[in-house]
Design a protein around this ligand. Structure first.
Ligand code: SAH
Length: 479
């Protein structure tokens, strides 16, 4: 019933997908369209041949710079603020930093991180995400949230949390789609967990927020979205969201931005890949000579895997932040009730070597001009499942299922049909392309435009997983 009502809603002015763009509009898993193996290929500049741990290729870290600072140069440095900062950490720490520390600084350094000061999404930005592809994505996530809310017994007050909301498009489409379900929208308090002040502002605008004093200004004050009259608050971390209310959490392309540690197998066993600076002042990868603190997480991750899974790999990525976040999230759902939906690209098992950089819809070297390109890594869904189950006996984990199965079971086919009934030719083209991008697999067969601009389906490369309080039973559509 709920779904039928939703699909019958009159279509709003469709967001047009930028099919006119000359760029291929890369989503982060498009690397698969360039390679056939099950693990992504990384541009050659990221390969670590120079690191091969052979007996005659000793890896040593030069700490002499600490004690004998190089001569002061009066040449103006062309390094960006972030590059200077990274080199400063490496220099003053007296040694290389982990790939995870590098990734965290590059993405979320409070002054110059990739996400911090600008809008990086869409045709004009660096990559495109599903909510930006079509309004149907946020609407379907709204259907999932409403179904869960019904399974929760229609509580009068619910925290709806979004982790990493980007431009706020998913939440705006969710609210728009749900706006006729007054009991649902009236129960909500929205919490946006976002580290970027620039994106917080965009989210405030996208949700058409008014502050309590009647202005549409800042994100610090108490705000209300005029789309549905729902209160909205912003936080830098999930821990800052108040506890004590049943909670629905959505994380779309959030986990892939969490920093990963990379390990490489050598004659000494597993060594962590680190980043340091050459004498020519360039970043490069080196291998840690001793075990690093993150090795504990590697051991934990390997214990969860069957030996054969690890034996065949020479590189492994682990994401302690993903494990810790899942632990916090599962504890909250176990205590307060509700559930979480995680959608991302990744694998249901140990990830080998997936870290990639995208700038202006093109793959680039991870070490090239940090801060000017997005860094992201495959999400290890199996590790999320184990972390959640470790955190609480009161939660159950479902999936991952493919994005195509997820959206298909929630009724995206009916929604696209309904929208197609009442639109212009241009909108119809955009809807078909958007639909394919969300649920298709590979290049769209109907595409008649330039080959390099063919829409690539994200339907099987992206996966959905849900963690719910056991009281709710199995969430729709994971049955
Ligand atoms: N969900 C959005 C955006 C995905 S990009 C979409 O699908 O379009 C990742 C988002 O997470 C951005 O909004 C980024 O600023 C935010 N983010 C990344 N790392 C974060 C962190 N450690 N804490 C809070 N927000 C983070």
């Amino acid at each position: 019933m709920l779904m039928k009502l939703l699909f019958q809603q009159t279509p709003k002015a469709y967001r047009l997908l930028s099919t006119q763009s000359t760029l291929p509009l890369l989503n982060k898993c498009s690397v698969f369209s360039y390679c056939s193996s099950s693990q992504p290929k990384i541009p050659p500049s990221n390969s670590v041949e120079q690191l091969q741990d052979q007996p005659n290729n000793t890896i040593s870290i030069d700490r002499s710079g600490l004690y004998n600072p190089t001569e002061h140069s009066h040449e103006p440095s062309s390094d960006s603020e972030l590059v200077k900062h990274l080199k400063g950490i490496i220099k003053f720490r007296g040694g290389p930093i982990s790939v995870a520390e590098y990734m965290e600084e590059v993405l979320t350094n409070p002054k110059a991180g990739f996400y911090i000061n600008r809008d990086v999404f869409g045709a004009e930005g660096d990559f495109i995400t599903s909510p930006e592809v079509s309004q149907m994505f946020g609407e379907m996530v709204g259907v999932w949230a409403m179904c869960l809310w019904e399974q929760m017994g229609q509580p009068k007050r619910v925290n709806l949390v979004e982790l990493g909301p980007g431009r706020g498009t998913l939440m705006a489409d969710l609210l728009h789609g749900a706006s006729k379900f007054i009991k649902f929208t009236e129960s909500l308090h929205i919490h946006m967990v976002e580290c970027s002040p620039a994106l917080q502002k965009l989210q405030h605008q996208r949700l058409k927020c008014m502050d309590e004093d009647g202005t549409a200004e800042g994100v610090d004050k108490r705000s209300r979205s005029t789309l549905t009259g729902t209160p909205v608050s912003w936080h830098a971390t999930l821990e800052q969201v108040p506890t004590g209310l049943p909670t629905i959490i959505v994380a779309h392309e959030f986990y892939d931005a969490l920093p990963v540690h990379q390990f490489q197998r050598g004659s000494r066993g597993w060594c962590e890949k680190m980043i340091d600076v050459t004498e020519d002042s360039l970043f490069r990868f080196v291998l840690s000579p001793q075990p690093t603190p993150a090795t504990l997480y590697l051991m934990k991750r390997c214990k969860w895997a069957v030996p054969e899974e690890v034996e065949k790999l020479n590189q492994i990525e682990v994401c302690p932040k993903a494990m810790d976040l899942t632990y916090t999230l599962a504890k909250r759902i176990g205590a307060d009730g509700g559930g979480a939906l995680i959608i991302d690209y990744g694998l249901n098992g140990v990830v080998s070597d997936s870290l990639q950089a995208i700038r202006k819809h093109k793959f680039v070297n991870i070490l090239d001009n940090p801060g000017s390109a997005d860094l992201s890594a495959y999400v290890d869904f199996a590790s999320i499942k184990y972390s959640a189950e470790e955190a609480s006996d009161d939660v159950s984990v479902h999936g991952p299922i493919t994005q195509s199965q997820f959206l298909g079971s929630l009724g995206i086919n009916f929604r696209v049909e309904a929208l197609l009934q009442n639109c212009t030719d241009e909108q119809a083209e955009s809807l078909r392309t958007g639909y394919w991008r969300l649920v298709g697999d590979g290049e769209a067969p109907f595409w008649e435009g330039p080959e390099e601009q063919a829409p690539i389906g994200m339907g099987t490369r992206y996966m959905a997983m849900s963690i719910v309080n056991k009281k709710q039973g199995i969430p729709i559509p994971f049955q």
